[in-house]
Design a protein around this ligand. Structure first.
Ligand SMILES: CCCCCCCCCCCCCCCC(=O)SCCNC(=O)CCNC(=O)[C@H](O)C(C)(C)COP(=O)(O)OP(=O)(O)OC[C@H]1O[C@@H](n2cnc3c(N)ncnc32)[C@H](O)[C@@H]1OP(=O)(O)O
Length: 206
C-alpha cells in the first residue's frame, strides 16, 4: 500500500463527484491580457521537453497555438519511435500529447502549473504517421487548482475523436523546478536567457 495520502475518490465513484470536478465556488478562467494572440505559435517551454522540445529527436515536438479565450490547439505527428503495438501509437505517448497540450494552456493564464491529475480516455487506435489534432480548454479555476479538458482527433479538426482527457493542474512557483530538478539541467536552464524569457512568459512575478 502507498503511504501517499489520497486526494479524493476517483471520478464517478459513489463517494462523490471526484477531484476532477470543480467545486461549486470555482470561477471561470481569465485569459491574461498579455497572452499570445489567437493563432500565434507558442513555441517550446523548454527545448529538451519530451512533449514540445525541438532538441528532443524522439520526443513529440508538439506544436501548440493560442486559441480564443483560454483555449489551445496543437498538433503532432506519430513517429515510428512512438509505437506501442506494431504500427500504433503507445497509449503513454498519447497521454503525453494530451498532458503537453493541457500544460500549454498555462501560457494563456500566465501561470506555471504542473499536472496533479490526468484522466485519459482512449477512443480509437492512432496509427503511426497520423497527425493528431488536439484542442484543450481551461474550464474552471479554484485557488491554485486549474481544471481543464482536451480532445485529440485523427488527421485534423474535423477528424474522429481518438483520445480525450480531463485534468487538474496545480499552480507552482519557479522554485518548484529549481528545488526539485537535477542541478545540472537547472544550472544550464538558468544560464540560458531564452529559457528565462520563456519562464517569465508563464509566470507574472518570477
Ligand atoms: C529555471 C527553470 C525554468 C522552468 C520553466 C518551466 C516552465 C513550465 C514548465 C511546465 C511543464 C509542463 C509539462 C507538462 C505538464 C507536466 O507533465 S508536469 C509534470 C508532472 N507533474 C508533477 O511532476 C507534479 C508532481 N506533484 C507535485 O509536485 C505536488 O504534488 C504538487 C502538484 C505541486 C502539489 O503539491 P503542493 O504545492 O504541496 O500542493 P498542496 O498545497 O498540497 O495542494 C494545493 C491544492 O491542490 C490540491 N491537489 C494537489 N495535488 C492534487 C492531486 N494530485 N489531485 C487532486 N488535488 C490535488 C490540494 O488538495 C489542494 O487543494 P485545496 O486545499 O487548495 O482545495
Amino acid at each position: 500500500m502507498s503511504n501517499v495520502p489520497s486526494r479524493g475518490a476517483p471520478p464517478g465513484s459513489p463517494a462523490g463527484p471526484g477531484p476532477l470536478t470543480p467545486p461549486a465556488d470555482a470561477v471561470p478562467p481569465v485569459r491574461h491580457p498579455d497572452a499570445p494572440a489567437p493563432g500565434e505559435p507558442l513555441g517550446a517551454h523548454y527545448e529538451h521537453c519530451f512533449g514540445c522540445g525541438e532538441a528532443q529527436p524522439h520526443g513529440l515536438q508538439l506544436l501548440a497555438r493560442a486559441g480564443e479565450g483560454v483555449r489551445i490547439t496543437a498538433e503532432f505527428t506519430v513517429k515510428p519511435a512512438h509505437q506501442g503495438a506494431p504500427g500504433l501509437a503507445h497509449g503513454g505517448v498519447l497521454a503525453t500529447a494530451l498532458d503537453e497540450t493541457l500544460g500549454s494552456l498555462n501560457w494563456l493564464l500566465r501561470v506555471i502549473a504542473v499536472t496533479g491529475r490526468l484522466q485519459t480516455e482512449f477512443v480509437r487506435p492512432v496509427p503511426v504517421g497520423t497527425s493528431l489534432y488536439l484542442e484543450a480548454e481551461v474550464t474552471a479555476v479554484h485557488g491554485r487548482k486549474i481544471y481543464c479538458t482536451a480532445t485529440g482527433r485523427l488527421g485534423g479538426p474535423e477528424g474522429p475523436v481518438a483520445v480525450r482527457a480531463d485534468a487538474l493542474f496545480i499552480e507552482v512557483k519557479v522554485d518548484h523546478f529549481i528545488d526539485n530538478g537535477r542541478q545540472e539541467e537547472i544550472r544550464a536552464a538558468m544560464a540560458d536567457p531564452d529559457q528565462i524569457k520563456r519562464a517569465r512568459a508563464f509566470e507574472v512575478n518570477p
